[in-house]
Design a protein around this ligand. Sequence first.
Ligand code: TPP
Ligand code: MG
Length: 572
Amino acid sequence: MHSQDYPARTGARLLVDALRVQGVDTIFCVPGESYLSVLDALRDARDDIRLIVCRHEGASANMAVAYGKLTGTPGVCLVTRGPGATHASVGVHTAKQDSTPLLLLIGQIEREFAGREAFQEIDYRFMFAPLTKWVAQIDRASRVPELVSRAFQTAVSGRPGPVALALPEDMLTEIASVAATRHYEVVRAHPGTSDLHRLIVMLAGAQRPLLLLGGGGWDQNACVDIAKFAEANRLPTAVAFRSQDLFDNRNELYVGHVGLGINSSLAQCVRDADLLLVVGPRLSEVTTGGYELLKVPGLKEGQQLVHVHADPDELCRVYQADLPINAGMAAFAAAARRLDPVKSTAWHSWLGAARQSYLDHITVSDQGSYNSKRFVDMSQVVAYLRERLPADAIIANGAGNYTTWIHRFYQYRTFRTQLAPTSGAMGYGLPAAIAAKLRYPGRIVVAVAGDGCFLMYGQELATAMKYSLPIIILVVNNCMYGTIRMHQERNYPGRVYGTDLVNPDFAAFAQAFGAKGEIVKRTEDFPAVFEKALAAEAPYLIELRVDPDVITPSSRLSEITLQSTAHADRKD
Ligand SMILES: Cc1ncc(C[n+]2csc(CCOP(=O)(O)OP(=O)(O)O)c2C)c(N)n1
Ligand SMILES: [Mg+2]
């Protein structure tokens, strides 16, 4: 066919049609004059693609990342040039660290003005080069289908991640006649027969193996398959930082979370394991305890590493694996499930001890709670959620010490019930919860945020109201940027600076948006208020007043100050 045989369409319409071809059903945006033509085309496509209009591009990008994480297909965020793109960059960074497919579409200045530092001009090919898997500018309308197709293809294949496309304003109104492309195909490597054979030989020779799951590119089936493999071999199974929903935490093989606030005996397991079977994670700084739990580059004497990752460039980059396997999670898990199990009983007591230690670690006792009459005890709140919430409830959080209670005491049971940024980006929880409720209106969605974290994107309550999303938001209020204060006391004891907060009345704040808001000051009052929130048909914010001294589930700020001061004195 000749190009004139295809209908003549503007760049904007070609873009929206290309998004439709890729199955996009939701776009998160803050509007800009740079892409009015796209808005206009989206208006005509509104039965197929819903447009979620947010109050800050950082929030819309976070929503798109969470949406991409939940669906496994690229979340789409549409923003304007300069200020919009810079705001949205946090989501791009999170998508990269989280191995989550994301497409950021950016309105761009007219081609004619490029290079003059026109109004809000940025060259996104430079700006987003280190943040994305791929970034391009579409300079001709006739290339829209091709480049959109490539964007999706790149975002989902291998190690999933973010891509960005800049869309010059005049390109979007240019007319072209060009064929549509097909829906993307996820392309990922499969493990080789010899890889799998070596894996089994190594496992058969192991005394203390540990399976560690994490990273991106998982799906429900892959999780089932890897669980079957773990069960057939009775492998103690841990998860990497914020990958807790890849394996049922109630399965007797689950031994815990290798992340912030790690159980010290699990840390010891990682150190003592003679075979680490790492499926999916990069072995990041957090998962390796600052590269201390596992030594760079070759682990320690007597310790072997099997590393399975979808990106060949990631293998042997930091840690030199004894057996690097380049494979996608689904392909690897399916192949692992089919392997004949190793009939070894060598590690049964090692598994038993690790599991018992996990169970001890998540046990909440009244004795462990501090000042529970004057403050809310987060351990008990999370223990309550753990028993009360169904397996498919989604918990979303950002960054802060408050997350260590969720990581430690909550039990994730099914795939994609945890939305937690491995980038440690504050402000992610509320936008992620909004995206989750849009995707799964029938499921319970709880955002947990610190008083610092929440106000990064607290205005998105307006978005939750606009789209009638009854999410529950727990604001853990300790009147400070607690994480930073904790590090401050460790490093500069008694010299508090820049870490205290003066907060609004969070319940009144929520009410100002038309949402529900309530303050809980005592642990025993939490269940009744939470039940009201579950029954509500509007967003429901519960402010939890917690003891500022209880800085982690196992430490007090005042004790850290004392210890650090004594330590500093000894050094003098
Ligand atoms: C966007 C962003 N800015 C700054 C930081 C650094 N940071 C990490 S945790 C934290 C404090 C979080 O405070 P809050 O949400 O109140 O939680 P808390 O630690 O008090 O429980 C800060 C400032 C970050 N991780 N992300
Ligand atoms: Mg705080």
